[in-house]
Design a protein around this ligand. Sequence first.
Ligand code: 5BU
Length: 259
Amino acid sequence: MSKTAAPRLERLSFLKRANLTRHHMAQRLFKLMEDKKTNLSVALDVTGQNQLLQMADLLGPHIAVLKTHVDILQDFTPDFGTQLQAIAKKHHFLIFEDRKFADIGQTVSLQYRGGIYRIADWADIINAHPIAGPGIIEGLKGSNLLLLAEMSSAGTLAKGAYTRSVVAMAEAHPETVMGFISLRKLSDQPGIIHFTPGVQLASGKDSLGQRYRTVDEILIKNHSDIIIVGRGITHAANPGEQARIYREAAWQAYVQTVA
Ligand code: 5BU
């Protein structure tokens, strides 16, 4: 199958979309992407805190969003958030903690605001599986939330009627929900931002169910907005150079589809 399907020139620019949302973080992200000319998010799945902070500083110039899994750090210290925020400020990127909250509202509120990680203190964006129902959105009020509408992995249950219900739930909570994790554009509301993980330069898979799609498939054919790339960058011989390559490929793909 050709991976360079003819672009449909119907996408509104990020700049126009910034003016069509009242969600302050969506607006900030649209403007940041347009200013910095990048719609790349990097997933820093490393287990050392200093290693993460060093990579954040190295890759920061290329990215719009840095995605973390704070609970895989083996040497987490409470100053992690402030240190990462300083790097984010220096390079102008947002911090997305991929915590995938999935419980009742009361519990996720405690998980988000408290515990060891105090995610609310440093993450600009978080995400949740809406499997528990809209109470989870209530519990995460005040955050900037992405709902998991689809997943990149093989055999995911997040599809069909489930995905459609997630879209309806998101559209009913525009003050909190700013977008989706999905494989494609799911909502016509211009303020909603679509983030897609499972992206590499060539399609393929890993040994544990991850599936990789190409930048052009996700951004040109499927009209998602932001690609999330982990090992495609972090496991490269030269992560800085590789981030530059993904950044250019993703921005080119976006520009090609703008009306
Ligand atoms: P990779 O190294 O590019 O495969 O990393 C992908 C990252 O995105 C990793 O941190 C996952 O936890 C995350 N991810 C994903 O791969 N697929 C999904 O559907 C969701 C998150 Br949601």
